[in-house]
Design a protein. Sequence first.
Length: 577
Amino acid sequence: MRTILVSLILFMGTCLAAQELPRLATSKDGRTQLLVDGKTFIALSGELHNSTTGSVEYMDNVWKRMKDMHLNTVIAPMSWELLEPVEGQFDYTIVDKMIEGARKENLKLMVLWFGSWKNGESTYAPAWVKKDTKRFPRTKLKGGDETITLSTLGKATVQADANAFAHLMRHIKEVDHDHTIIMMQVENEIGTVNMRATFQGLPNDAMRDFNELANKAYTSDVPQQLISYLKAHKKTLHPAILNAWDANGNKEKGTWEEVFGVGKKVEGDWHTSFSYLTEEIFNAWNYATYVEQVVKAGKAEMALPMYVNAWMKAPAQTEPGIYPSGGPEAHLIDIWRAGAPSIDFIAPDIYAIDIFDTILEDYTLSGNPLFIPETTKDIDGASRAFYTIGKYGALCYAPFGIDGGGLTDEPDFDPWYYGETYQLLERLMPYLKEHIGTDKCNGLYLTKGRDTDSVEMGNYRITMTRFSTAAAEALFGTGANKVGVVNMETSGALVIQIDEGDFIVAGGLGGASLTFSKGSKSKANAAAFLSVDEIRFDKNGKEYYHRINGDEVAYAGVGGSIPVGTVTAFRVKMYEY
Ligand code: DGJ
């Protein structure tokens, strides 16, 4: 009887967890986590090419390949044009097949809503929207030329997009009982952009929408909703917004140029100088309030977590209009929060690797959780997964075009790097889930110009240096480059502190030596290792420890060496004396 009762309670618990919607939760220590079935979930993910879900036949063999690469989540597009090819007639075949394919492989899905915009433009809007430029107005460039981009100011456009998205969410609610879909990205890399200016060097003429509706709005008063937000959040506003508002007298009423100043081209450091900022703020407000209507309509049907992603401002693209103007850039987070309160967070697409760290810092300011929906899928991208998850507690890490075979594929794309990386992270998941986002979890990163990196945790210092120390070479040989990769500049690692002198460290790919030593807080004379074990897995995936207290760790005084092109995890136990 007791056994039956216990089984019943367990069964009911499982059912309740499955009914619980995936959601974001902030713990007592302030970290945001993604909860799936009530438990912490770290998305080891990849984004499919834009066209992979363009037909059911094409996507058929993708899911198993993703599983074989040890992803636990796939990010996949659902376009408005394939959902609502004829106004009011909805076709759910694509989304149903996506759910079916992912579910069969025990994968989770995050769905990209390619609605009004994809990379600024409106290529995925249905034909009935594209052809009716009166009902669905387009943006104009500064000189007055009409673009192929839908304007944020078309009332019928936002209603149509929101209606389609609401249908999608209603359908997901009806069919996806086990929550294979755990999150939605709403639109993709939005903002006005003239790609001929971006890629062919033509003058920038897309710093904002210049159609008649936009020109009228631009010379009208800034909405009070935005002013009230600025007033209420003055202490935490991003310096870009605060300075513009301050410099123009903190006005509580006035046109965009009266409140934020006349936008102009500004020379200077890409990170702290803001060309055409007023135009960008204006656009951000219009995009945010548009997206808010879409998200609200969708969440009213099924309240999955929803986010927006950004094509980033970067040293090579410093002007809005050259990169999409008004998208969820880090310096516009306040405008997005004010205009789109139903959005859960903003996310960076990271291709500008030189500024990788800066982007991670920017996108974790003021409580925004880090979530990377797109980054590079080369070996370096795989290395950065360890660092990003370890140091920043990323909710998701995803290279773009993970299924390969796309126009934008790097020539050296080899799924092996991500496969090995994700397999190791998957195996370390129990440790990670317990510590991610706390000061017990950290990351290390070697890149161009950074040959050493270190962190202090408790009484110890953990230092990462290049693999090719004389001692490590003596052990593994200089030919330890398993995959023949030329670029060996990047290496990443994560460190988990299980107990005061007890660590797990995992990472690699560009090769690394990891040294544990006495930290600045220690009052002891010195510190040394008690034991170093390589954490290995047998053919059934069962973890076992392989003691390596000899040559492997003693020659170079290291806690572990990771040959180039490989990933490894170690358990290092230290003591002070
Ligand atoms: C960023 C976009 O968001 C993706 O849809 C895709 O176009 C990639 N760029 C291509 O690199």
